[in-house]
Design a protein around this ligand. Structure first.
Ligand code: HEM
Length: 129
């Protein structure tokens, strides 16, 4: 299709690369989140999040080609995610979104991204504590 998607409107691959790179920089330094990640190398996890977000916002569908249906709640089942983990994840994501300049990400697009992340993080909780 030739339709311009949200992915295109916010600068495509470069923007999603910046976003997830900054997000995982924050995760690497976060004492709540870092211990949850099974691998020493956060690179592969960063790539999976980037592919997922690119696909969700209308970019390449590489995520599903490699990983199948996202089933994100199921894939997070091994990790206890309560309000503390949700808040830590959102803090990292807010920092990452905040690092994208206003030219690339105007207010309406920024708002849509933040709203989605807050909804998604809320829905990933699988523990009351
Ligand atoms: C995977 C933690 C929320 C998207 C993971 C992994 C952890 C984790 C530990 C495994 C790392 C790996 O891929 O090797 C958390 C925590 C969250 C959270 C603590 C707190 C709410 C989210 C949200 C999204 C997301 C809101 C999407 C917007 C993903 C994706 C993967 C992943 C796409 C890789 C799934 C796959 O295996 O293909 N997450 N996550 N996560 N997370 Fe999260």
């Amino acid at each position: 299709s030739t339709q311009r998607t949200f992915y295109d409107e916010v600068g495509g691959a470069e923007t999603f690369h910046k976003l997830t790179a900054r997000f995982y920089e924050e995760v690497a330094a976060d004492e709540v989140l870092r211990p949850l990640y099974p691998e020493e190398d956060l690179g592969p996890a960063e790539r999976r999040l980037r592919m997922f977000l690119e696909q969700y916002w209308g970019g390449p569908r590489t995520y599903s080609e490699e990983r199948g249906h996202p089933r994100l709640r199921m894939r997070h089942h091994p990790f206890r995610i309560g309000p503390i983990e949700r808040d830590a994840w959102l803090r990292c994501m807010h920092t990452a979104i905040g690092s994208i300049d206003a030219q690339t990400l105007d207010d309406p697009h920024r708002r849509a991204l933040v709203d989605y992340m807050e909804m998604a993080a809320q829905s990933m909780m699988n523990s009351p504590v």
